[in-house]
Design a protein around this ligand. Structure first.
Ligand SMILES: NC(=O)c1ccc[n+]([C@@H]2O[C@H](COP(=O)([O-])OP(=O)(O)OC[C@H]3O[C@@H](n4cnc5c(N)ncnc54)[C@H](OP(=O)(O)O)[C@@H]3O)[C@@H](O)[C@H]2O)c1
Length: 316
């Protein structure tokens, strides 16, 4: 006998106003899986790309498709042989599956338990739901694709959004000097997160602003924005320096630097590390806006603007 749940979903790829909220069948925990009651689900620009069908070659969908890859919530049921968590445990996850079908913008999601880690306890469930995708992206970009080290000067292009918010703080824990680039209204925000210098990309040439702010060449550029900030600043990167992008897999820039493109991977072990950093007060996650499930389409439209601050979270 099927059990109903509320969920947001789309029945074909296309415009975001096709995303509706209604009743779908609650998934069941299969072998090695747990059923999680979703309490918070971070919204990310990729959710718009998924609903528009822009990723369908790499990650196909089965309709009706529930979007959403971030979650924090409680374990409700355990499937056969799923024994890492108990019912009631509070967990979080980056739940990108091979197919878009059972996402996290729903009351319940069933997931292999290997996706899950215990959520940080010193922050709210809503805040925890905003961490996984952006936290893993920043971590994998700075420390796995790149090799950010103590004393490095790091330039973050797009430092006030979800990924940038985590990247500033992770870089400070590693002992780097951070230059954050974002709009005028986010300069104080980036400083509060720990940025040593901040630059407004609309106030003039970003490269010239970097030259005015720091004397030495940059060791590492983390590229998490659109626009022409990278073109304007690439000459400030030292020869042999590192460029890691999450927005452009082929930036076509200088050949005397090390370039990596990152597409974030689920990783529960790294989520545990992030949980420890949050609980020891090294990282916070400012949630700028929350939406109910019925406003999922609106939330995704807002995040698609690429001008929201910190995280936007849906609370199903
Ligand atoms: N490859 C991956 O695995 C991966 C993972 C996560 C995200 N992403 C992509 O990475 C990007 C950032 O993600 P996010 O979640 O952090 O997005 P977000 O929260 O929307 O943040 C966007 C950031 O870019 C800044 N920005 C906007 N226009 C800019 C410009 N012309 N020059 C410099 N900065 C500019 C924004 O600042 P203002 O608001 O002040 O304008 C903000 O700081 C998105 O394109 C997303 O799709 C990729």
């Amino acid at each position: 006998m099927s059990t109903p749940m509320r969920a947001s979903y789309f029945e074909e790829f296309g415009e975001l106003d096709q995303i509706k909220t209604g009743t779908l069948e609650r998934p069941e925990a299969g072998e090695g899986e747990v059923l999680v009651r979703v309490r918070a689900a971070g919204v990310n620009p990729v959710d718009a790309a998924v609903a528009r069908g822009m990723l369908q070659q790499a990650i196909p969908a089965k309709f009706p498709a529930v979007p959403g890859w971030d979650l924090a919530g409680e374990v409700k049921e355990r499937g056969h042989a799923a024994r890492r968590f108990d019912e009631g445990d509070e967990v979080y996850a980056y739940a990108r599956r091979p197919t878009v079908q059972h996402g996290t913008f729903a009351e319940y999601v069933a997931l292999p338990e290997c996706y899950l880690a215990r959520r940080p306890q010193t922050i709210t469930m809503t805040e925890a739901g905003g961490i996984p995708l952006v936290g893993l992206t920043a971590y994998q970009a700075l420390f796995l694709a790149g090799d950010l080290s103590e004393g490095d000067t790091l330039l973050i292009l797009g430092a006030s959004g979800g990924v940038g918010t985590l990247a500033i703080q992770l870089a400070k824990t590693a002992g780097a000097t951070v230059i954050g680039v974002a709009g005028k209204h986010n300069q104080a925000y980036m400083k509060e997160l720990g940025a040593d210098e901040t630059i407004d990309y609309a106030a003039g040439n970003v490269g010239e602003a970097i030259r005015a702010a720091v004397r030495e060449d940059i060791d590492f550029i983390f590229h998490c924005s659109r626009g022409d900030s990278l073109d304007q600043s690439i000459d400030t990167l030292k020869s042999g320096g590192q460029l890691v992008s999450i927005t452009n897999s082929q930036p076509g820039v200088r050949d005397d630097i090390r370039f990596e493109y990152v597409f974030v991977e689920p990783n529960a072990r790294q989520l545990k590390h992030l949980q420890e950093l949050v609980d020891e007060n090294s990282i916070k996650i400012p949630v700028s806006k929350t939406f109910g499930l019925e406003d999922t389409g609106k939330a995704i439209r807002e995040i698609e603007s690429l001008h929201t601050r910190g995280k936007t979270v849906i609370t199903p």
